[in-house]
Design a binder for this molecule. Sequence first.
Ligand SMILES: [Cu+2]
Length: 334
Amino acid sequence: MQPADRIDYTNSVLCLGLVFGQGFLCEAQRGLTGQNLGPISTTPFMSTIVDSFCLGIVISSICGKWPFEKNVDIPATSRESLTQRLCANADPFPHIRYWNWALWADDLASSPLFDCSDTSLSGDGEYNSDEQPSEVPPGWVTVPRGTGGGCTRCGPFKDMEIHLGPFSHDFDAPGPPPPPQFEYNPRCLNRSLNTYVSSTYTNATVIEDLIMTDSIADFQLVLDHNPFVMNGSLGIHGGGHWSLGATHSDLFASPQDPAFMLHHSMIDRLWAEWQAMDEPNRRYALNGTDGFLNPPTSTVVTPDTMMEFGVLDRPRPIREVMDPKGHQYCYMYT
Ligand SMILES: [Cu+2]
């Protein structure tokens, strides 16, 4: 991302966070969740996050997650996205911004994205001596502590307030939103840059391994290794989340970190690259169910399975969110 792109992105997040949301956003979400969300979703940014949270629980199986994220995250990378489609001016194709993890995997604090400059996404949190190494889940994958652990106090998001969570890292079962559910909990954006995690799980070699997989099952395994099986890997996806500390590694509250969208755009980019290498066999390849961690009672997902997007979009069959140049999309990656 060029500096002007980064400014554009941070301005977009700040704008969405500062503009007060309309009542219909909350009404729609009450309809989806059956709950009064109170002040938690009073801005469009928080509404997007709450919808990610609510709907992510429903479809966050390995199979349905990336099509869902494409439809949530890709519009969120564009300032105009809430009011116009990306394809309004299709020539040239809009380019989507992303966090190219491997470029700075060995030194996150020096990354233009996290160096606390005006063109960054802010940086490390203040040093918190209470931060401890983590077990993900307990006893299986050990993550050493990062270099911060407190509030980020520099860069564009130094005054950012987040409201949702925090949630336990132990949550590993399908069901309703876990406590504290939608409790309003205003606090700062927590960061703890973790170069051990980024250099281990999001380096150039593992990205190459991902691109070279030849089945959707293997692609998912390298990308999104299920940490609840014992071989000590967070996967690339988990690695990006755990690289930034408590907020970004929160299973449900992580979209509140502005890096979340760019992290998932990078995943979308790699998925698109992998699909394009074998169009007939990979474009609509899926592997998984509609349940969190594919429980036995869940249903196998196909391209015709419908996904809901709350206030963000109408329900769509998954096939409509699997092609960057198909259906409602018209974008590409550089
Ligand atoms: Cu994620």
